[in-house]
Design a protein around this ligand. Structure first.
Ligand code: CO8
Length: 192
C-alpha cells in the first residue's frame, strides 16, 4: 500500500508495553458507560469489549445486529468504521497514553451481513512524539476468516483538558461527580 498520513515515518518507534498495562488476556471493558462503541448503557451501541493481547495488540468481537444495518441485511459502513475506531482506541491501555483519533482510513473489502460475527484485531505500528500509528482488521466467520474490513489510524496523545474543555459541561460534571475513582479516570482514559 502506498504511504499515507497513517503510515508511521521511518524514525517512528515500537514502544514497550507499559509496565502497568493490563495482562494479556484481560478484558478491557467499557471506558464510559454511554460510549457508542463500548458502553453497556447505550441502547444501540456496539458494546465492544476488547481483550489485551500478548504484545501491543488487542482483539474483540462484534456481532452485527439489526440496528447496525445500512443496506437491507447488511452492516452500515460507518458503523464498521466505528468498530475499528473503538478497537484501535483500546490500544491506549497498553501504552497508558490517552489519545484520540486524528485520522482513520478504512477499506471495505467485502459486504458484512447482519448476524455476522466480526473478529477484530488492532495493533500499534509505531509511535512518533505524540502520534500513535496503528492498524486494524475485521475478519468474518472466525479469527482466521477472510478480512472484510481493514483500517489504518493516527491517534494523537492528549491531556485531560482535551475532554474537560470541549465536552458538554453537564456530561463532564456527571463523570467528575462519580464517587467511583476508576470510572472517573476511565471516562477520559486519563489514567488507564
Ligand atoms: C476517551 C477515548 C475514547 C476512544 C474512542 C475512540 C477514539 C475516538 O473516536 S476519539 C474522538 C474522535 N476524535 C476527535 O474528536 C479528535 C478531534 N481533533 C482534535 O482534538 C485535534 O485535532 C487533535 C487532538 C487530534 C490534534 O490537535 P493538537 O493536539 O493541537 O495537535 P497538533 O499539533 O494539531 O497535531 C499533533 C501532530 O499530529 C498530526 N495530526 C493531527 N491531526 C492529523 C490528521 N488528521 N492527519 C494527519 N496528521 C495529523 C499533526 O500534523 C502533528 O504532527 P507533528 O507533531 O509531526 O507536527
Amino acid at each position: 500500500m502506498p504511504p499515507t498520513p497513517t503510515t508511521p515515518p521511518p524514525d517512528a518507534v515500537i514502544p514497550e508495553r507499559h509496565p502497568q498495562a493490563p495482562a494479556p488476556g484481560t478484558r478491557l471493558g467499557s471506558h464510559y458507560e454511554h460510549c457508542f462503541g463500548c458502553g453497556p448503557q447505550h441502547p444501540g451501541g456496539l458494546r465492544i469489549d476488547a481483550v489485551a493481547g500478548e504484545g501491543l495488540d488487542v482483539t474483540a468481537e462484534l456481532t452485527v445486529r439489526d440496528v447496525h444495518q445500512g443496506g437491507p441485511g447488511l452492516a452500515h459502513g460507518g458503523l464498521l468504521t466505528t468498530a475499528m475506531d473503538e478497537t484501535l482506541g483500546t490500544l491506549n491501555w497498553l501504552l497508558h497514553a490517552p489519545a484520540v483519533t486524528g485520522r482513520l482510513e478504512t477499506d471495505f473489502l467485502s459486504p458484512v451481513p447482519v448476524d455476522s460475527v466480526l473478529h477484530l484485531r488492532a495493533w500499534i505500528t509505531g509511535v512518533h512524539g505524540r502520534k500513535i500509528y496503528s492498524a486494524a482488521e475485521a475478519r468474518i466467520g472466525g479469527p482466521d476468516g477472510p478480512v472484510a474490513v481493514r483500517a489504518q489510524a493516527l491517534f494523537v496523545q492528549v491531556k485531560l483538558e482535551h475532554f474537560t474543555t470541549h465536552g458538554r459541561p453537564e456530561d463532564i460534571e456527571k463523570v467528575l461527580d462519580d464517587p467511583d475513582l476508576m470510572k472517573r479516570a476511565r471516562a477520559f482514559e486519563v489514567n488507564p
